[in-house]
Design a protein around this ligand. Structure first.
Ligand code: 4NP
Length: 158
């Protein structure tokens, strides 16, 4: 089993979107039973909440239902459990690196820099205080980088 954890700030917009999009892609590729996916936030503000309705809507418009996800905060244990720990922006990445420095385990990566293919952007911008276009852009960026991630997962699976 390969384990993937997406991390953003609140775990109600970007990382739940990535979580749902990757699951959908894995199902399409027949890999769903080989990869475990989850998401978490660096902050504890929204623990237990469903994804933001605007993220739910943007994902659903691409055929992905993320309504039954529940926000949680990233833990030290995640660094021992997950094979990929993927940060949405540089701020999340820097927070994850601080945890990694004290607990070791999986080295976090900046998701788009590691696996993005078609966009010249290294961060998934926080859409929380913006409009619908920002939420659609999150889906565009995440779909593209999930394709790159699946290529890497296939290599690991051998
Ligand atoms: P996320 O977006 O990190 O993509 O889940 C945010 C959600 C909530 C807040 C900020 C960003 N907030 O300030 O509550």
């Amino acid at each position: 089993m390969i384990r993937v954890l997406f991390v953003c700030l609140g775990n109600i917009c970007r990382s739940p979107t990535a979580h749902g999009i990757l699951l959908g892609r894995l199902e399409d590729e027949g890999l769903a039973d080989k990869v475990d996916v989850d998401s978490a936030g660096t902050a504890d503000w929204h623990i237990g909440k469903a994804p933001d309705p605007r993220s739910q809507q943007a994902a659903l418009a691409r055929g992905v239902d993320i309504s039954d996800q529940q926000a949680r905060q990233v833990t030290e244990e995640d660094f021992q459990t997950y094979d990929y720990i993927l940060a949405m922006d540089r701020s999340n990445f820097s927070d994850l690196k601080v945890i990694h420095e004290s607990v070791g385990g999986t080295v976090p990566k900046l998701f788009l820099r590691a696996f993005g293919r078609s966009f010249d952007e290294h961060e998934v911008p926080d859409p929380y205080y913006g409009g619908e276009a920002g939420f659609r852009h999150v889906v565009d960026l995440v779909e593209d980088a999930c394709d790159g991630l699946i290529i890497d997962i296939r290599k690991r699976l051998g």
